[in-house]
Design a protein around this ligand. Sequence first.
Ligand code: PLP
Ligand code: COI
Length: 361
Amino acid sequence: MLTFTTNSRTDRIPAEERARVLADPGFGKTMTDHMVRIRWTRDGGWENGDLLPYGPISLDPAASVLHYGQEIFEGLKAYRHEDGSIWSFRPQANAERLQRSARRLALPELPTDDFVESIKVLVDADQDWVPDYGTGETSLYLRPFMIASEAFLGVRPANEATYYVIASPAGAYFSGGIKPVSLWLSTDYARAGDGGTGAAKCGGNYASSLAGQVQAAEYGCDQVVFLDSSTHTYIEELGGMNLFFVYRDGRLVTPQLTGTILEGITRSSILQLGSEMGLTVEERRIPIQEWKDGVASGEIAEVFACGTAAVVTPVGTLKWDGGECTVSTEPGEATMKIRETLLDLQYGKTADTRGWMQRLV
Ligand code: PLP
Ligand code: COI
């Protein structure tokens, strides 16, 4: 396992300023005092890591990440429990997904233990940045990422890569409380295609979702929902969240993993929790028409989006070119139950019987 050298910052952000940020963190606005860095070379493999003061990184302008987008990332959270301890939710699953993303983007795989240790090192150094227990949906959002840092303009997998972890205190991803969000159905843009990188968590997927997100905003919607790019028929996911449908007859349905959508850790957890709650879970292809018809007939009772940042967010209206439908103007019962079950587990309010929580500090 790698070891980490600590270079603590002497000019930490003053406690008053930190308190001000923690009182209303928003999402992704303020970074903590430190970051972790681990370098990799093709000849030497992973080097031991460093904990460094947070700050700009110096990159050669020819670094391949800047030209060919060879980059992957992860997103997970650190939660404060009532006794002051700090925990994360299924970090091994994030480590394994980063490894899958690395294989797809021809980047090196960071071993699971080193990934988890890198997070521990950062959270330990910046533990004062983890919001207090009982302050609502607050946590420290952790953003591990890896870039091709070799200075070389030829198109081939880089021989040097650098992995970092940064952290940012987080409140709710959507401001305005738990009210249903509206979605724009993108028919002009796709996020991913067959054989592409849709199942990898790489920056390029997010870049390609932005034009759709801009269009969503133009139509007054909060987020964009993408269809499969081959047939423009089946629901895939949002730019940064997976989707679930709750049927009146007790089914919980989500698009199956086709290689073009991200395998959300929240998604897989909800499939298990839903089944334990007695819902009939289905992973299958869902035609977009089924959404429209199901809302019209009342067969679909609730729709929600989920992800680390968004947790579980109710969806109200779907808008498309020429129409719209609203499943509900209030958060649904099953949605809220799943949301509470997940949050109670993450904040240590209920016993972790599944081995999902890992203590960091
Ligand atoms: N889909 C996309 C495109 C995402 O970016 C995310 C967020 O990470 C998710 C789904 C949900 O994944 P997870 O639940 O692992 O955060
Ligand atoms: C997450 O939920 O962690 C995400 O990555 C979504 C978005 C902030 C990119």
